[in-house]
Write a protein that binds this ligand. Structure first.
Ligand SMILES: [Zn+2]
Length: 442
């Protein structure tokens, strides 16, 4: 049994002072109000929140940070740089990069990551001796970094969609594809769940998966989490309308993809009818505000989606930054710019997106709250930093950043203490992982 005494803790109705959290077997066993710590308690400063769930990550995009801003361009030109990195990764370099990337996430208070993984096979095609070798690299990386993982194993079959139909896979994309949905499902079925690991599924997008393959994917994943990139770009909507005579949302709905186990990522360019369809189906929506801003995607209608019935969660996506607190703030501030209204989301709603809603989208119903029986994921955020000093407890999410995360506990294990990760210097780990990927490619 381990006991943590929190200066303040977020217990659901706001942060309260003096809370003792008892932990055994990786779970919270008791939550008690206590004005001061008892002997043996680990003292956690500031405000303790439940662990954050990063509901949308592409770990390897971390290698692109600070390297795609010199030439302007669009999402599509950014994608060319991304493919240059994708072409260079093998299981060893992927493990090294993902381990450092997930360690950076832990420093930011992320205790669980949803990895939207499509880098399945060797560069140029073929198969590794274990067809899940790249997946196993991610599993190992998350375990090393001390975070839980939902591997959203992604079906990716086509090279894109234009009005006349799908495009063939290019030389880089060929390593993303299993051939068809049945082969994809067979490979995923061979990947066992383990403690701290949940296997989910993803449809890359209607650009990369033809309509006739959608229903088999939805059936194969049963009630496991199923994620899909949706309407991030207007070009996707236009091509889908031209080829199918249907919006991407309608296509997914008609093929049985939407529902409470499904999360639509981005959902940026939607009509009112599509918002209503997503909400009525209980489909969650994952906003990735820093990515959507970096790629000039546009601002999604997240308040309307929430009001229509879609739970909202957050993701770091292309890792332009690894700061889920800042993502939450961007969710609110982007809507302010768009609508001319403040307070589109209450701070408590942003915390819900960071914690309980994110975990639900990743298939962890037993995480995201500080309550007995829940997984012991604790994030202590300092109240005495230059950023947070003077901040009201219930508005901390509108001021704090990843740099203010003091302690992170995942399943009862202290992974970050006083802002230091158990693996050591994460900046060094990232440098050592990223620099070799760009050698000869500058
Ligand atoms: Zn993505």
């Amino acid at each position: 049994m381990t006991t943590f005494w929190c200066e303040h803790a977020e217990l659901g109705d706001g942060a309260v002072p003096g809370v003792r959290i008892s932990v055994g077997g990786g779970r919270i066993t008791a939550v008690d109000r206590m004005p001061s710590p008892a002997p043996g308690d680990t003292r956690l400063p500031g405000v303790v929140l439940p662990g954050f769930a990063n509901a949308h990550s592409h770990a390897f995009h971390r290698a692109l940070r600070g390297r795609t801003h010199d030439r302007g361009g669009t999402f599509w030109t950014w994608r060319e740089r991304m493919y240059a990195v994708a072409a260079r990764l093998d299981p060893d370099s992927y493990l090294t990069l993902a381990r450092a990337t997930y360690a950076e996430m832990a420093l930011a208070g992320i205790t669980c990551v949803g990895e939207f993984h499509y880098l399945h096979h060797p560069a140029g095609g073929g198969r590794y001796s274990d067809p899940n070798e790249m997946s196993e690299a991610l599993v190992q990386a998350a375990a090393d970094a001390g975070v839980r993982l939902t591997l959203l194993d992604t079906c990716y079959l086509e090279g894109g969609l234009e009005g006349a139909g799908h495009l063939p896979l290019n030389d880089v994309q060929v390593r993303f594809s299993d051939g068809d949905a049945d082969a994809w499902a067979a490979r995923v079925a061979a990947l066992p769940e383990r403690p701290g690991l949940r296997i989910g599924a993803a449809i890359h997008s209607v650009r990369a998966v033809p309509a006739e393959q959608l229903a088999p994917i939805a059936r194969a994943c049963a009630s496991r989490p199923l994620h899909v990139h949706l309407s991030e770009q207007t070009a996707e909507n236009e091509a889908c309308e031209a080829y199918y005579g249907s919006s991407p949302t309608r296509l997914l709905a008609d093929r049985g993809v939407l529902g409470p186990a499904t999360t639509a990522v981005h959902a940026t360019h939607l009509t009112g009818e599509e918002i209503a369809a997503l909400g009525a189906s209980g489909t969650a929506v994952c906003a990735c505000p820093s990515t959507e801003a970096d790629l000039a995607d546009g601002v999604g209608a997240f308040r309307w989606l929430r009001d229509a019935g879609s739970p909202l969660c957050l993701g770091t996506d292309q890792q332009a930054m690894t700061d889920l607190l800042a993502e939450a703030r961007l969710l609110e501030t982007a809507e302010r710019l768009e609508t001319g209204e403040r307070g589109r989301f209450r701070p408590a709603e942003l915390v819900e997106a960071l914690t309980v809603a994110g975990h639900r989208a990743l298939g962890w119903a037993d995480a995201g709250r500080l309550a007995p029986g829940q997984r012991a994921d604790l994030v202590a955020v300092r109240l005495d930093s230059p950023r947070t000093a003077g901040c009201a407890l219930d508005q901390l999410v509108m001021a704090a950043s990843a740099a203010d995360v003091h302690t992170v506990v995942v399943d009862g294990r202290v992974v970050v203490s006083e802002g230091q990760h158990v693996l050591g210097d994460v900046g060094r780990l990232l440098t050592d992982a990223i620099d070799p990927l760009w050698q000869d490619a500058r």
